[in-house]
Ligand binder design. Sequence first.
Ligand SMILES: [Cu+2]
Length: 235
Amino acid sequence: MEHEQANADVLWSFQSGQPAAGAEEAIELNVTDDAGAPIEKFDLNHEKLMHLIAVSSDLNYFSHIHPNYESGGKFTVKETFPAAGTYKLFADFIPTGAAQQTMSTEVEVTGQAAAKVELKADQELVKTVEGQQVKLALSTTKAGEEAKLTYTFEDAATGEPVTDLEPYLGAVGHVVIISGDLAKYLHVHPLDEAAKGPDAVFATEFPEPGVYKIWGQFQRGGKTFIVPFVVNIQA
Ligand SMILES: [Cu+2]
């Protein structure tokens, strides 16, 4: 990449000081350079200037939202955290002239806690979501190798291949991958963005061995849906 590293930083603020479960929280993100001056220009990335992913620490809760750009490096967005506990938030964006940046923070949410869900690799990578049967095949489950992720869609009722997937944010799908320890975040776009099914193919590399959760977001018939899988990546 010939892009220069922007060394961006994000100052996160939560309007209430500490968010409460079930209450809408206003979140403000101020993007600065490493000298503290606001970064004011951003490139569109899949139709948005910023993508924000919020997950609970057990990765059971997942939210993909798009903050509004105000001005002077300031983005705002509202999110309702469903239960108490620790959440991690990842913001990804491209300062104009620089490479894509991912900045994260953790926030403690007060209130009623949800039962913790154990993060366990799926035995079979097949799931039925909103009338679609979705299969995921990985070309490798080894860390540090190029891994192709192939999603295959079938109508769950008829078994017919799905060939009318619709673009969602300018591509056939969006895949977000987060490691079980919340340290690694990957936002992956399809190799063929104009694909309509029955396959949607993505390429990535799992940086280290461990458990990862993979959320695929797709759209069909005007409705978006999320397909989550959990995989175990080996050394
Ligand atoms: Cu997004």
